[in-house]
Ligand binder design. Structure first.
Ligand SMILES: C[S@@+](CC[C@H](N)C(=O)[O-])C[C@H]1O[C@@H](n2cnc3c(N)ncnc32)[C@H](O)[C@@H]1O
Length: 242
C-alpha cells in the first residue's frame, strides 16, 4: 500500500498553497514542453495517472478528448478535482497506482510528477501498455533522479560561495524519506537508466527524453527559476506502444 501523503491535513494545506496548485498548468513552466510531447488529443481516450486537482484532465477534455479518466489515491485531491469539473466526458477514480486496474481502452496516458511515488513501476508500465491502443502514447514527468538521489536534497554553498547540489547514493535506488511540506514524505529514487530499462522491458518505444530546465525567456519572467538550471528539476519522457 502506497503512502497517501496528500490526505495528510498539513501536507495538503501546504500543497494547496503552492503556485502550481493555484494557477494549474499555467503555473507549470514545463507544461509547454509536455503539451508538445502529448500532441493532439482530439477524439482520443485519455487517462491521467495521479491526476491531482484534475488540471490536465480538464485541459484534455477542453482540447477535444472523447473521454478522460483521472486516477488518484487521495480523497482530498479527487474531491477538489470533482468540484472543479463540469465536463461529463471526465470521470475520476480512486485507485492506487501500485495495484492499478485499467480496461484496454486508452489512446493517451499522461502522468505528471507522480511516478516517483510509485515503487513497482515495472508492473504499472505493463498494465499501461496493455491498456493502450496500438500506436498509443504515454507521456510522463518525474522529479529528476539528480533531485531524488540525495540523502538530504538541497543546495549548499561551496568554499568559493557557489551554489551546488550535492549528490550521494545516485546508484543506490529505492526509497527516500524527505521532509517536503511535512516530515516523512516517501519517494522512490531510480536512475535515468532504470526508467529507460523499465520502459523497454514493458515493450514501450522511447520517443523523447528531456531533462527539463527553464528557458532564458522563462527566467526573465520568473527570475527565481534561474537556480533550476544548476540541476534539472524534472525528467520528461514520452514513449509509444508499438
Ligand atoms: C505532485 S501531485 C501531481 C498532481 C497532478 N498530476 C498535477 O500535475 O497537478 C502527485 C499526485 O499523485 C498522487 N499519487 C501519489 N501516489 C499515488 C499512488 N500510489 N496512486 C495514485 N495516486 C498517487 C497524489 O495523491 C497526488 O495527487
Amino acid at each position: 500500500m502506497a503512502q497517501n501523503i496528500y490526505d495528510d491535513a498539513d501536507f495538503f494545506s501546504g500543497y494547496s498553497g503552492l503556485r502550481r496548485s493555484i494557477t494549474g498548468l499555467g503555473g507549470m513552466p514545463e507544461w509547454p514542453t509536455m503539451r508538445a510531447m502529448v500532441g493532439t488529443v482530439t477524439d482520443k481516450r485519455v487517462v491521467d495517472l495521479g491526476c491531482g486537482f484534475g488540471w490536465f484532465s480538464r485541459w484534455a477534455a477542453a482540447a477535444g478528448a472523447s473521454s478522460v479518466v483521472g486516477i488518484d489515491l487521495s480523497d482530498n485531491m479527487l474531491a477538489r478535482a470533482l468540484a472543479d469539473t463540469e465536463d461529463t466526458r471526465i470521470s475520476y477514480e480512486r485507485q492506487d497506482l501500485e495495484t492499478l486496474v485499467l480496461p484496454a481502452s486508452f489512446d493517451i496516458a499522461y502522468s505528471a510528477l507522480t511516478l516517483h511515488y510509485v515503487e513497482h513501476l515495472g508492473e504499472l508500465l505493463r498494465t499501461l501498455y496493455e491498456a493502450l491502443s496500438a500506436g498509443g502514447r504515454f507521456v510522463f514527468s518525474v522529479e529528476h533522479p539528480i533531485y531524488t538521489a540525495p540523502s538530504s536534497p538541497g543546495f549548499i554553498a561551496d568554499e568559493a560561495g557557489n551554489q551546488v547540489w550535492p549528490i550521494d547514493r545516485y546508484l543506490d535506488e529505492g526509497q527516500r524519506t524527505t521532509d517536503w511540506l511535512t516530515p516523512g514524505v516517501i519517494k522512490q529514487h531510480r536512475t535515468i537508466g532504470t526508467y529507460l530499462a523499465e520502459l523497454r522491458s514493458a515493450r514501450f518505444d522511447l520517443v523523447d527524453l528531456i531533462e527539463w530546465g527553464p528557458t532564458a525567456e522563462q527566467i526573465d519572467l520568473a527570475p527565481n527559476w534561474r537556480t533550476e538550471r544548476d540541476r534539472p528539476p524534472f525528467l520528461l519522457v514520452s514513449a509509444d506502444k508499438r
